[in-house]
Design a protein around this ligand. Structure first.
Ligand SMILES: Cc1ncc(COP(=O)(O)O)c(C=O)c1O
Length: 375
């Protein structure tokens, strides 16, 4: 080995090793220091974006490190490969899969199209707002359907809200920000009942955390219902939020329409996201462990809230929807001052949303938030 080659080899090995090390340790180790005695940690504890605190899978990290040697080549074969893997998994044709740079892109594309068609979007409220934002921004009418008294999506009211102007009905299941899920059979019946000229769009970003897990997906209905589109993401249970990869599954006709409007045309994503997604799909133990640990973290907060009488919705996700009246009104800012980030959208009038992180972090969160209880 010549000197220059040895140096290059060492650099490459060090790079790979450091990536692998990153993947094997938790992302927010600094946050694991105690909060007690007024200690304010220096690394923010991000309980605001529903990310996977355990990811990425070490196998994904390794795949990304190795694929860098191919970075001079366009990833079209890998796009085809991943589409084919997904198509096989869900028993659809490759032409029924669209890969995007995060599922946000799909929500934006579909939302804009509603506006261009001067149509109406029916959406339970509050729910994940991206599609409604893009639809409203391009001229669509947004019809919001209130949730039921348990912060669940009211499928009957949502169905009743569909009018002759409706182009799309959006169902986020489990729902963000409320963390609730609808009954599997009821959602299937709903999908079948929606008129065929209206697209049923089911956003399953958190499906892996639901009661039935990914088995509760609506994807198996796609071949039966030409007006059904399901979108999924690698950002949550798969731990790849920073690499940006999502996908839609629908009839070929709907996928072709989306592709026709999509500037990225499936090349908005690249090798790292594609190989990391493939490696994580193969790492089923990693996914199962993340889901298990999420439950542990969730139970720590449940126990504290039950003890304090704080109301929350039973969560089918990696976050909690919590009544804010039990805390000081500026609890989000107070937590931020302690370097703990939580969410409060304007739509969440009397609730806050708290993402679940590692169990140790949730124990710390409980210690800190107790300070801001009222009553
Ligand atoms: C319900 C839901 N859908 C879609 C997304 C977008 O995810 P991404 O663009 O990372 O795939 C999110 C992100 O938080 C979400 O909560």
């Amino acid at each position: 080995m010549s000197n220059i080659n040895r140096r290059q080899w060492l650099q490459k090995s060090a790079f790979t090793a450091s990536l692998l090390a990153l993947g094997c340790r938790t992302n927010f180790e600094a946050a694991a220091k105690p909060f007690q005695n007024g200690f304010i940690q220096t690394t923010p504890l991000p309980l605001h974006w529903n990310e996977n605190p355990f990811g990425p899978s070490p196998k994904a990290v390794q795949a990304v490190a190795e694929v860098m040697a191919k970075a001079n080549r366009y990833p079209d074969d890998m796009v085809a490969d991943l589409k084919s893997i997904l198509a096989k998994k869900y028993a659809v044709d490759d032409s029924q899969v669209l890969l995007t740079n995060g599922s946000t892109e799909i929500l934006g594309l579909v939302g804009q199209q509603i506006g261009f068609d001067k149509g109406e979007l029916v959406i339970p409220f509050p729910s994940f707002p991206t599609m409604a934002m893009f639809a409203a921004g391009s001229g669509a009418t947004i019809k919001k359907v209130p949730l039921d008294k348990n912060n669940g999506i009211d499928l009957d009211q949502t169905l009743a809200a569909i009018s002759d102007k409706t182009k799309v009905v959006f169902i986020c299941n489990p729902n963000n920000p409320t963390s609730t899920e609808v009954d599997n059979g009821a959602l299937k019946a709903f999908c079948r009942a929606v008129p065929k000229n209206v697209l049923v769009f089911v956003d399953e970003a958190y499906i892996e955390f639901s009661k039935l897990g990914a088995a509760g997906s609506m994807i198996p209905l796609v071949n039966e219902l030409s007006n059904l589109m399901v979108c999924r993401t690698f950002s949550k249970a798969y731990g790849l939020a920073g690499l940006r990869l999502g996908y839609a599954i629908a009839s070929k006709a709907h996928i072709d329409t989306l592709k026709g409007k999509y500037v990225g045309a499936e090349f908005a994503t690249g090798w790292p996201a594609l190989v990391a997604a493939k490696a994580t799909m193969e790492d089923t133990a990693f996914i199962a462990n993340c889901i298990q640990k999420n439950q542990e973290g969730r139970d720590i907060v449940y126990r504290a809230f039950d003890k304090w009488g704080v109301g929350y919705s039973a969560s089918s996700t990696n976050f909690l929807y919590v009544e804010s009246k039990h805390f000081v009104s500026d609890v989000r800012d107070k937590l931020k001052a302690k370097n703990i980030l939580i969410t409060k959208w304007p739509d969440m009038v009397d609730h806050i949303r708290i993402s679940i992180s590692e169990p140790a972090h949730m124990t710390q969160f409980v210690e800190v938030v107790e300070e801001f209880l009222v009553g």
